[in-house]
Write a protein that binds this ligand. Sequence first.
Ligand SMILES: Cc1cc2nc3c(=O)[nH]c(=O)nc-3n(C[C@H](O)[C@H](O)[C@H](O)COP(=O)(O)O)c2cc1C
Length: 169
Amino acid sequence: MSDDAFDTLMTSVDPPLVVVTTEVDGERAGCLVGFHSQSSIDSGHYSVWLSKANHTYRAALRATHLAVHFLTDRDLALAERFGTQCGAETDKFAGLAIDSDEHGSPLLRECPNRLVLERTAVLDDGGDHVCLTTRVLSAHTGGTFTPLRVSDASHLDPGHPAEARAIHP
Ligand SMILES: Cc1cc2nc3c(=O)[nH]c(=O)nc-3n(C[C@H](O)[C@H](O)[C@H](O)COP(=O)(O)O)c2cc1C
């Protein structure tokens, strides 16, 4: 496979960025995610791919619910907060207005475009990210918006490089 061609294709697609949050045993976790997609129409499903290196991945494996917050072109600071720090060392939620949904997932009040999800399956295909499939329980929007995209955040250094996963195949 040509790595250059793959990179060119993915750069051209330029996915929108979201912040995935979750809560388990009273502990909040969340990270910036570019790998995510609707994965069923009726019923509505959504899938996210979390890096095995991330604190959020470890929390999400134990959690039953997740929230996905769609970032707008005005949310670069949130992308930096959730995409460049490790939640095991820093409270990324400190100083933010946070609500909790009925399942405990932290909801970022400044991000009204979001989904509340129930985790249904976990697929580890041997890559450096793991797919969490979910059922959409509810959706909320503040109206149409211009998404923040990977190209807007390309200068950010992820809190963990994907190679930092604990176990290598
Ligand atoms: C542009 C960009 C896109 C990213 N996409 C993903 C992704 O799709 N999945 C993921 O798990 N991490 C992704 N990350 C990395 C995490 O957001 C980052 O390592 C974060 O600091 C992990 O925090 P945590 O250890 O508290 O979970 C991305 C980071 C950046 C800068």
